[in-house]
Design a binder for this molecule. Sequence first.
Ligand code: 5GP
Length: 189
Amino acid sequence: MKSVRPRPVVLAGPTAVGKGTVSGYIREHFPHVWLSISATTRPPRPGEEDGRHYYFVSNEEFDTMIERGDMLEWALVHGRNRYGTPRYAVEKALDDGFMPLLEIDLQGARQIRESMPEALFVFLAPPSWDELVRRLVGRGTENEEERTRRLATAEVEMAAADEFDVVIVNDDVRRAAEELVSLMKSQRT
Ligand code: 5GP
């Protein structure tokens, strides 16, 4: 019997569209989905656990991971903190027959397109631009300067939707998460 290596699934989309919320919903409700845990130099937010939500590392540790070739992709996000996907965990998941889900930014998605063109690229879109702005302001975790910076990034990111294989509209977190999980299931058959 021929065993087919699964395709990684990349979930990207503009800032504040709710990628983290959708992947968080999947983490809680679909524990069988193999979710990649990124490394980041940003400090943890309240409730975030090292090794569950992210690996929280220092700048020096992040540099070492890059130098050793441990990053499948990495990016400086919003001009501030670095985020990256640890390579070996994803490779092992694929070897073990799991379909890894990578929730990353657009720069990272483009790197994966180069290194793993067989991946399935999913763009999470807001119902509208106004709704995206509302979510960004409503989240209240960023100051004015940071919001302006993130909105500028989001505008560029929205224009990239047509680089993706599939667009899922995040009109409702549960619905969007279920659509993504069904899509992943359909890729396995
Ligand atoms: P947050 O700080 O809100 O958790 O994430 C900020 C941004 O970093 C989000 O757009 C998220 O998708 C992105 N991100 C998280 N992990 C990674 C990663 O491993 N690689 C890349 N390129 N982006 C990531």
